[in-house]
Design a protein around this ligand. Structure first.
Ligand code: URA
Length: 253
């Protein structure tokens, strides 16, 4: 059976204004369904039939949106905040009505990949501690990062609250030389998302993260064509990758 919805609800969700504004559009004859002027903004229509037009333009109805944002520093990963700018303020008006939220948090000073969506189920799966979604970060660290740190992270680092992290993979790009003022450059892949995890892992070795950028989450990699503050929708393949990854993970758990 075809699933139908109220015309005004669909158009409101597609960004055409409030229900009363849509009623006015319908009254003015701007909305057609199947080529005929819509009679009533409360009429039932099939959103998948592709038959609704506003001012002669076909309307694409969709429920979920998935955006990859290159988060710049200085923004908090929240939908609202009294003090700071939020990552939602970087998103254009066209997406406002979708009520997007960030999937997980990056610290205010952290940059890089942040997924925004209104798909609660996908977000829940990606954030679930049971799924162990890998997240890879590029970090610059004040101090010398050595094989001993790699080994310690592989075994699990003990954080300041006593928690021992799951094994994490540390790839040392440059060891760093504090005496010469050269920060270490590393990539770290973690499989959980404790508060300030990367910074606290390095803290456990007596070193300080001075720059942090997320490169990937699950199968999703930050598109290096996106400048800080820019975003784009995920491709079908990227979305499939995240979904497929999760089916595999849940089969195992
Ligand atoms: N780990 C951190 O310490 N900060 C982040 O923003 C993300 C991971």
């Amino acid at each position: 059976m075809k699933k139908t919805e109220r015309l005004d609800k669909l158009l409101a969700h597609a960004g055409f204004g409030t229900r009363s504004e849509i009623r006015k559009l319908v009254k003015a004859g701007a909305v057609t369904v199947g080529g005929q002027p819509a009679k009533d903004s409360g009429m039932q229509v099939d959103p998948e039939a592709g038959s609704v037009q506003v001012n002669g333009e076909p309307v694409l109805f969709r429920e979920y949106v998935y955006l990859m944002l290159h988060k710049p520093p200085g923004y908090v990963s929240a939908t609202e905040d009294n003090r700071d700018r939020t990552v939602l303020e970087l998103i254009g008006r066209d997406y406002r009505h979708f009520e997007l939220f960030p999937v997980g948090r990056l610290d205010k000073d952290t940059e890089g990949l942040l997924l925004l969506t209104n798909d609660g189920q996908l977000a829940h799966n990606l954030l679930s501690p049971k799924k162990h979604v890998p997240k890879t970060y590029y970090a610059e660290v004040d101090g010398q990062v050595t094989d001993a740190d790699r080994e310690a992270f592989r075994r699990g680092a003990q954080l300041d609250d006593g928690y021992i992290t799951l094994p994490a993979e540390l790839n040392i790009l440059e060891e760093g030389n504090p005496a010469a003022g050269h920060a270490a450059k590393v990539e770290l892949t973690i499989h959980e998302g404790k508060f300030h995890q990367v910074k606290r892992m390095f803290q456990s070795t007596g070193k300080t993260v001075v720059y942090l950028k997320r490169l990937s989450m699950g199968t999703l990699r930050l598109d290096d064509r996106l400048k800080k503050g820019e975003y784009r929708e995920l491709t079908g393949d990227e979305l499939e990758g995240l979904r497929r990854y999760h089916e595999l993970q849940s089969d195992r758990s």
